[in-house]
Every structure is written in structure tokens, then in C-alpha cells.
Write a protein that binds this ligand. Structure first.
Ligand code: TYD
Length: 208
């Protein structure tokens, strides 16, 4: 048994957290593989504190570079304190978002540049790249509609339709520029179908 680090990526409302929970159930019940779910920003005590700064609607004056560095800081703590030790102990770790989110949101949509944001993130993750990245491909409007049906928007979610259109384009650009380890699935399909597509990818990677 080997550890495995999977990052789920995609726009707000694309179903990543629902699928993450279902994947954990399947992997543990059917394949007896201990699986830990985590998320970004957050995942550790320090990361969750950074998350509340990032998502608070009290912090509308936050500069784009501050935003990018805080996401990267949360990620650095996450890797060192949580993901890396768990993977070393042969767990499967599934993170709801990882560095491609920063490329799409901060690099592209906020306009900081894909390469610039990749550079600060490479520093943050210290070489710890995912074994697999699954991109949940879903039109940004549909995603936001799903989100606002569930709860009020946070600072990023209320950034406007144009911002989220840019996020979607940003994901496409990021994946084109950095295709390593990325597989794309159609996230407009049913939950069952999306789950099946993700499981197929994981099973193939792990020879399950
Ligand atoms: P998320 O936890 O997916 O939101 P929710 O819990 O509401 O589903 O992420 C919070 C927001 O942070 C989301 O709008 C995407 C954004 N984000 C970035 O802008 N850059 C990043 O690097 C990450 C990880 C998230």
C-alpha cells in the first residue's frame, strides 16, 4: 500500500465536496483504504484562521497580492503539518482544492499572472505536488446558482459573475499551461456518474 494525494479542483459549486465524501466512503468500505478528507483554504488550525481572514466579507479592502500569499501560506501549513505526514503513513488524502485554484482565482481572475502565482506556490508546497488532480469541469454560472441555493455567498463567491467567468477561463488556461497530473471530468453529469469517473481514475492510479 502506498500513500496517494488527490486534489479536486473546479469552480465554486462544481460538486467537489459532495464527491469527496462519497469517494472516502467507497475507498474505505470497498477497498479498505484509509482516506482522509481535507480542504483549502484551511485543513489545519492555522489554515482555518487564515481561511476566516480570506473569506470574511469584512475584508473587502484586501489587496490581490495579500490574497495570493495568504492562500499560499495556508497551503504551506497544510502540506507540512497534515498532508505530507498522512501520505507518508500510506493514507489516501483528498483535498477539496489545492494549487490550481490559486492559479485560476489569483493568477488569472485577479490578474496576478499564472507564472507569478505558480512561483509563490512552488515555494509554499516545497516540491509536494499531487499524485493526481481531477478538474471538475462546470460552467461558472451553473456552479454559482448551485452555491447560492445552499447558503449566502462568502467574499470570493460574491465577487461577481464576471470574476467567476474569468475563474473558469483561468482553470482552462492553468490546465493548458500546467497539464501534469490533470484529468478532466464533466461535472454537469449526475452525482453517480461523476463519482464513477473519479473512482475509475483513482483505481487505475492505485491498481485497485
Ligand atoms: P471553498 O472552500 O471551496 O468554498 P466553500 O466552502 O464555500 O465551498 O473555497 C473558498 C473560496 O476560496 C472559493 O471561492 C475559492 C477560493 N480560493 C481561491 O481563490 N484560491 C485558492 O487557492 C483556493 C484554495 C480557494
Amino acid at each position: 500500500m502506498k500513500g496517494y494525494f488527490l486534489a479536486l479542483e473546479g469552480p465554486d459549486g462544481s460538486g467537489k465536496s459532495t464527491i469527496a465524501k462519497l469517494l472516502k466512503e467507497k475507498l474505505e468500505e470497498d477497498y479498505k483504504r484509509p482516506t482522509v478528507l481535507t480542504r483549502e483554504p484551511g485543513g489545519t488550525k492555522i489554515g482555518e484562521e487564515i481561511r476566516s481572514i480570506l473569506l470574511s466579507t469584512d475584508n473587502m479592502e484586501m489587496a490581490n497580492r495579500t490574497e495570493a500569499l495568504l492562500y499560499a501560506a495556508s497551503r504551506a501549513q497544510h502540506v507540512e503539518e497534515k498532508i505530507l505526514p498522512l501520505v507518508k503513513e500510506n493514507n489516501i488524502v483528498i483535498s477539496d482544492r489545492y494549487l490550481v485554484s490559486s492559479l485560476a482565482y489569483q493568477g488569472f481572475s485577479r490578474g496576478l499572472g499564472l507564472k507569478e502565482v505558480m512561483d509563490i506556490n512552488l515555494f509554499a508546497i516545497n516540491g509536494f505536488y499531487p499524485d493526481r488532480i481531477i478538474f471538475f469541469d462546470l460552467d461558472s454560472n451553473l456552479g454559482l446558482k448551485r452555491k447560492f441555493a445552499q447558503k449566502e455567498g462568502d467574499r470570493l463567491e460574491i465577487a461577481g459573475e464576471d470574476f467567476h467567468k474569468q475563474v473558469y477561463l483561468g482553470y482552462k488556461e492553468a490546465i493548458k499551461k500546467y497539464p501534469a497530473k490533470v484529468k478532466i471530468i464533466d461535472a454537469s453529469a449526475s452525482i453517480d456518474q461523476v463519482l464513477k469517473s473519479c473512482l475509475e481514475i483513482i483505481k487505475e492510479d492505485l491498481n485497485l
